[in-house]
Design a protein around this ligand. Structure first.
Ligand SMILES: [Zn+2]
Length: 254
């Protein structure tokens, strides 16, 4: 997929070319509007689709030559559900990745410590996870990321380099901030919709149909259905001979 800049330049060249042709032969203005709308549509969809990599490079799957998958949990740590999930992961000898919100780490530092102590990977999911995060300017995004990294370092001792954008949104401001912070952006290729679909069996069914070696699965350790989904998923992965690893391991080439 082309980058944001290339898409914009290409659209401008097409518009200019049409403009020149229009000088000699009259062209309907609908064509201009259509090109602009196409540009807008690609950019708008691209900001919600990390795997298109329009704004920034993102890891959306791992090594496909090994029967490994990575389960990732967003939006925690959560006092009620994170401990239950950690217990399940331990009993299946599985490792996972937790993209934590800075303000939640502040409220539950003991859970962030437990995540790291039990061999899981912790990552940055912004400080506030504000609904308006996609409209933040570069400076504010850098502040959010730096504040959360500092909390992770202070509380767990881990020097974090991983970032998952809130709502999976990337845009030019986030890309500029990431140029400064140099985080590795981690996306996913199996979206569970666990916060939307109410029946755990339906969520499980959806995930199981989409799993393949190198998959990165998105879940949220913030709701009462999550432990049941995780248990079912871990059973399935064990039965199918998959190893459940943290994102760092999934990216290893050998
Ligand atoms: Zn989130």
């Amino acid at each position: 997929m082309l980058k944001f800049g290339q898409i914009t330049i290409l659209s401008a060249i097409v518009l200019l070319t049409i403009g020149v042709i229009d000088f000699f032969f009259e062209i309907s203005s609908i064509l201009y509007v259509t090109i602009f709308l196409l540009w807008f549509l690609i950019v708008a969809l691209g900001s919600f689709t990390m795997r298109w990599r329009i704004f920034t490079t993102a890891v959306t799957k791992g090594n496909q030559n090994k029967k490994q998958v990575a389960i990732t949990f967003d939006d925690g740590p959560n006092a009620e559900f994170t401990p239950q999930i950690l217990q399940l992961l331990k009993s299946y000898n599985a490792k996972a990745t937790f993209f934590c919100i800075g303000k939640h780490i502040e409220n539950h530092p003991e859970l962030a410590q437990q995540i790291v102590a039990e061999g899981h990977t912790i990552g940055n999911h912004s400080y506030s996870h504000a609904t308006s995060f996609g409209f933040f300017r570069k400076k504010r995004i850098v502040e959010e990321l730096s504040k959360t990294d500092a909390l992770i370092k202070k509380i767990t001792g881990v020097k974090n380099t991983l970032f998952r954008p809130p709502y999976g949104v990337t845009n030019p401001s986030i890309a500029k901030a990431l140029n400064k912070t140099s985080h590795t952006v981690i996306g996913w290729n199996v979206r569970s919709y666990d916060t939307v679909i109410k029946k755990p069996t339906q969520v499980l069914d959806r995930i199981q149909k989409r799993i393949s070696p190198g998959s990165i699965i998105l879940l949220h350790d913030t709701h009462s259905r999550c432990p049941e989904i995780v248990e079912g998923l871990l059973q399935f992965l064990k039965k199918e001979g998959y190893q459940t690893v943290a994102i760092d391991t999934l990216q290893e080439k050998n």
